[in-house]
Ligand binder design. Structure first.
Ligand code: ATP
Length: 301
């Protein structure tokens, strides 16, 4: 999907900065360092990045829960630092740590939350949409982790948000629960909801997102559709084989021709090239290249 045209953006961020002040003699941390971002209306936009890259800080600023030091931020046309209740009713938030919901049942909780919004969806429909219909009368505290996450999403979408923030929504899900959660999120997008998703799971971004931004050390290091991320060079197939017991690798966008040439050059017995593999870099390979295999993104400055 192409970048959104001007005026259509659900989220527009330019030059965003946030430094956490030093406490008790420690050092200050620059969590967001000149970040630019634009999310088009109706897309699923994923933000990927290693621990400490600045994802949560950025998203919390967009949600209006955290102040910023510099930069322009527009979310549904308003600055989250100044927006009021009417704006808040237009966004939905599913954070990493869900609140303690005590003794209420699923139905009671969704019903009570609906009353906070001017134009809520029907609670029973929402409970059904997140796959909790048969658990509607259960108390929240007895739900499994995956069911609890679905309830969080139900609470995030009950107000019919135009824009939904999902912060690492499938952490701890089993593969089947993740698949059905993906279907739920895709369905929301198909219904017109814009979704900004942070995730550690590359397969999740690849499966769900129209576009992905990779964040490292507080700024965007790559942006694009999952299958285009990193550019064509990063996606070039690799042909690898054993030569005198040593692995050799070559990058080429014509792997069949390369293998044919190799077979002739090596003049191998029986026509088989030892240890031959032909691979196309996955999103994970590209991602690790982009962040320089740097899994500790703590800022050394
Ligand atoms: N309240 C805070 N006070 C001080 N430093 C903070 C605070 N919140 C985050 N940081 C620091 O800011 C940096 C960015 O953190 P942030 O939580 O935004 O990253 P993240 O990309 O969401 O990481 P993760 O994937 O681990 O959730 C980190 O170095 C973190 O230690």
């Amino acid at each position: 999907m192409a970048a959104p045209a001007r005026g259509e953006a659900a989220v527009a961020v330019r030059g965003l900065r946030k430094t956490y002040r030093a406490r008790h003699g420690g050092t200050a941390t620059t969590a967001v360092d000149g970040l630019d971002l634009e999310v088009g209306r109706g897309e699923i936009f994923a933000v990927l990045g290693p621990n400490g890259a600045g994802k949560t800080t950025t998203v919390e600023i967009l949600e209006g829960f955290r102040d910023r030091d510099a930069g322009e931020v527009s979310v549904l046309g308003e600055d989250p630092a100044r927006a009021g209740r009417a704006w808040r009713a237009r966004i939905g938030v599913v954070q990493q740590d869900s609140r303690d919901l005590g003794e209420l049942t699923v139905a009671e909780h969704v019903g009570a939350t609906a009353r906070y919004y001017p134009a809520p969806r029907d609670p029973a429909e929402v409970i059904d949409a997140v796959g909790l219909a048969e658990h509607a009368r259960k108390r929240v505290r007895v739900l499994s982790g995956g069911q609890r996450r679905r309830l969080d999403v139900a609470l995030g979408i009950i107000g019919q948000p135009e824009l939904l923030f999902l912060d690492e929504p499938t952490t701890g899900f089993d593969p089947q629960a993740r698949r059905s959660f993906w279907e739920l999120v895709s369905g929301l997008r198909d219904g017109g909801t814009t979704i900004l998703l942070t995730t550690h799971y590359l397969d999740e971004a690849a499966h769900l997102a129209d576009r992905v931004a990779v964040i490292n050390r507080g700024s965007v290091v790559a942006l694009g559709a999952p299958e285009e991320l990193g550019g064509t060079e990063a996606r070039t197939p690799r042909v690898s084989w054993l030569h005198d017991g040593e692995r050799r690798t070559l990058r080429t966008d014509q792997p069949t021709a390369a293998v044919t040439r190799l077979r002739d050059e090596l003049d191998v017995q029986g026509g088989e090239i030892p240890g031959l593999t032909v691979t196309r870099p996955t999103l994970e390979d590209v991602y690790l290249d982009l962040i320089g295999n740097d899994t500790t993104s703590e800022d050394p400055r």
